[in-house]
Design a protein around this ligand. Structure first.
Ligand code: UDP
Ligand code: MN
Length: 351
């Protein structure tokens, strides 16, 4: 009898210990979970969400029921021009893309295109036509933020901007030599693409101001690193390109090398890529300057060297920066942006 009681006592004691142990473990797990949620930094959660958002931006989706012409694998829509590079980057020509299809896919995304333009000295006179024509043709229906760099803010004309198009005027110091103004853009763009403004836009284009839009420039131009083929040299053999040929300049490209000759009057891409490109050009320009050297075509020579070894992911045909609106060629079926005639002696401080 006495033994029975002792036995029951031990059983109860064991059950008690077991109960306590189970409760203790449960509590610990609960507090562990709580700890995890408490220590999760809200900014990390935000970053994860943002990177998912960016990731979503990469994929293009079309909608069921949206009809467009069947793409053909057998006949190209353009047989007179090449629309892909040897490294498989598209070269954009009228007739190689379906703008209603591309639009329908980009319209789902909430994208912003930053666009930089410089107007120093007498070049402010080009602003009115540039901006007014851009408002007719350039990324109509998408959010555009223009960043206008000028030393004469009082000469910036009043332009009525379309919906979701914004203009920011940034004052920069005047410079005497047009070559310094042209090259100086690289340093300013290098800083802009690294600034907090970079988070306000998805893509950036850097354009010359002495130009006017005549046809649509839209989302078909977007890409990681986008270069525009110079309108004067597209039919030339590479050894006739006006690359820098003097080895003493950082922009030197040896004979036998080269893909295309690109213009410095229009280029773009993501902020990261344009930052790398502009940083490179600024660095190479200052190495040249320290040796009292200047590349033959200034920033354009360095840009061409960069793009030779850092291949653009998309190329825009000369439709995207034509010679002159009065000039025609059978390959350019739509002139989207064209240089305006300018008297260099008259508009440049030093000509
Ligand atoms: N630029 C400027 N003021 C000048 C010279 C140049 O604002 O006095 C800027 C302007 O944006 C211009 C770009 O630098 O479009 C390139 O210069 P320019 O157009 O004269 O070079 P080109 O296209 O004739 O080689
Ligand atoms: Mn120009």
């Amino acid at each position: 009898m006495k033994l029975d009681r002792i036995f029951i006592f031990f059983i109860l004691l064991l059950l008690g210990i077991l109960f306590y142990w189970v409760c203790y473990l449960g509590y610990n797990q609960e507090s562990y979970r709580k700890q995890q949620t408490q220590t999760t930094d809200p900014s990390i959660v935000k970053n994860i969400l943002m990177s998912e958002e960016k990731h979503k931006n990469l994929g293009l989706q079309s909608s069921p029921g949206f009809l467009y012409s069947q793409p053909s694998l057998l006949v190209g829509s353009r047989t007179d021009v090449v629309s892909v590079t040897p490294w498989l980057a598209p070269i954009v020509w009228e007739g190689t893309f379906d703008s209603s299809l591309i639009d329908s896919m980009y319209k789902k995304k909430n994208i912003t295109i930053a666009t930089t333009v410089f107007a120093l000295g007498k070049y402010t006179r080009f602003l009115k036509e540039f901006l007014e024509s851009a408002e007719q043709h350039y990324f109509v229906g998408y959010r555009v933020r223009y960043y206008l760099f000028t030393d004469r803010p009082e000469e910036v004309p009043e332009i009525k901007l379309g919906e979701e198009h914004y203009l920011t005027i940034l004052k920069v110091p005047s410079m005497d030599r047009w070559q310094d103004i042209s090259m100086g853009r690289m340093e300013i763009l290098e800083k802009l693409t690294k600034s907090e403004l970079a988070s306000e836009a998805d893509y950036i284009f850097c354009l010359d101001v002495d130009a006017k839009f005549y046809g649509p420039w839209g989302v078909e131009t977007l890409g990681r690193l986008v270069a525009v083929i110079h309108p004067w040299f597209y039919g030339y053999p590479r050894d006739q390109f006006t690359y820098e040929r003097r080895p003493e300049s950082q922009a030197f490209i040896p004979a036998g090398e080269g893909d295309y000759y690109y213009t410095a009057a229009a280029f773009g891409g993501t902020f990261k890529e344009v930052h790398e490109l502009t940083k490179y050009c600024r660095e190479q320009q200052s190495i040249d300057a320290s040796k009292a050297t200047e590349a033959i075509w200034h920033d354009e020579s360095h840009l061409n060297k960069y793009l030779l070894y850092n291949k653009p992911s998309k190329l825009l045909s000369p439709e995207y920066l034509w010679r002159d609106i009065s000039m025609r060629t059978s390959q350019v079926k739509v002139i989207r942006l064209s240089h305006v005639a300018k008297n260099n002696e008259e508009v440049r401080q030093n000509a």
